[in-house]
Design a protein around this ligand. Structure first.
Ligand code: TYM
Length: 330
């Protein structure tokens, strides 16, 4: 089976619909066709300032949500990044072959650092750690949203450079980014992506939102001028974003939705979508609470995942250490 790997940061109490539609939904389907490795990237989550207690809680909440949406530890390897020390070790080696200018071109770093008073070096080298995450596992495909594409290009560049310099070691991973859900928009500002750090609360639907709050956010979503419910990203970004969300969650093609709402108003459309969204998130939120009620069991799943991940990661790292000429392991 080809291998997939992906990661998500535990930087909030809840994932949002952008995370789910852009990436996590693909994680679930790929478990059946691929040898799948999925991780909660807590090492990445400390690069922009954090609270230790919140990090520990959110790491577990993240794992619980991943199980709640349908990841199955019997069919995939689910683990926490910091429990596999090889990630940090490989990141150091990769940082030595990354150009300073090359790293400086990462747009996510530029965006995030512009908003901070003192951006950390960790935020700057974040994409190198991400490259290490991927390369440790001989990954074929990486299911992510559009905003991660540049980091995946860097990963491929670094892998190719390492192979050329030290001999064939890494597989070059491909992004897996379905177009329809590559970038889910903010409900209040549909041109911008739905984002943990940038969106106002009314702009994002959280998987752990209460039904009331989620419905209110959908009904309050910004729609465009005109009355037609048609998919037109350029002129109707708000309606188009809602149609994309509706289409995936209700498993109904967009043209069918357009036909269903012909001659009807935004109110009907948003009212129905609110119901679809509430029906979708309610069981996920409930299952998340169930997993969180038994942290011993949750931690056991993650420990087993870390052991499985390490079995792969240690072998790759040993090969890398040998290729770069480090002294024999003691
Ligand atoms: P993170 O935690 O910011 O986001 C997790 C995933 O959600 C996707 N995403 C979206 N997709 C569509 N529309 C949106 N509005 C939207 N918002 C978020 C992201 O693209 C991502 O796939 N750097 C990564 C974490 C990471 C990683 C890795 C990913 C660390 N190591 C190795 C893949 C492989 C990140 O910050 O994701």
């Amino acid at each position: 089976k080809p291998r997939v790997l992906s990661g998500i940061q535990p930087t909030a109490e809840s994932f949002h619909l952008g995370n789910y539609l852009g990436a996590l939904r693909q994680w679930v389907t790929l478990q059946d066709t691929h040898d799948a490795f999925y991780m909660v990237v807590d090492l990445h989550a400390i690069t922009a300032g954090h609270d230790p207690q919140a990090l520990r809680r959110r790491t577990r909440a993240s794992a619980a949500q991943l199980l709640a949406i349908g990841l199955d530890p019997a069919r995939c390897t689910l683990f926490v990044q910091s429990q596999v020390p090889e990630h940090t070790q490989l990141a150091w080696v990769m940082s030595a072959i990354t150009g300073f200018g090359e790293a400086s071109r990462m747009t996510q770093f530029k965006d995030k650092s512009a908003k901070q008073e003192r951006a950390s070096v960790g935020l700057f080298t974040y994409p190198i750690l991400q490259a290490a995450d991927i390369l440790l596992y001989d990954t074929d495909q990486v299911p992510v949203g559009e905003d991660q594409r540049q980091h995946l290009e860097l990963t491929r560049d670094l892998a190719g450079r390492f192979n050329k310099t030290f001999g064939k070691t890494f597989r070059l991973p491909e992004p897996y980014i379905p177009k329809e859900t590559a970038k889910i928009g903010d409900l209040q500002e549909p041109g911008a992506k739905m984002s943990k750090s940038n969106s106002v609360p009314a702009g994002i639907i959280e998987l752990r939102d209460t039904p009331k709050s989620a419905a209110k956010k959908i009904r309050g979503a910004v729609t465009d001028t005109g009355r037609e419910i048609v998919f037109d990203e350029e002129n109707k970004p708000g309606v188009s974003n809602l149609l994309s969300i509706y289409s995936v969650l209700a498993d109904t093609p967009i043209p069918e939705l357009e036909a269903r709402y012909e001659g009807k108003g935004y109110g009907d459309f948003k009212g129905d979508l609110a119901e679809v969204v509430v029906e979708f998130i309610t069981p996920i939120a409930a299952r998340t609470e169930e997993y969180l009620a038994d942290t011993a069991e949750l931690d056991k799943i993650l420990t087993e995942g870390a052991h499985r991940a390490r079995a792969v990661a240690t072998a790759t790292l040993a090969d890398v250490y040998d290729k770069v000429g480090f002294a024999q392991p003691v």
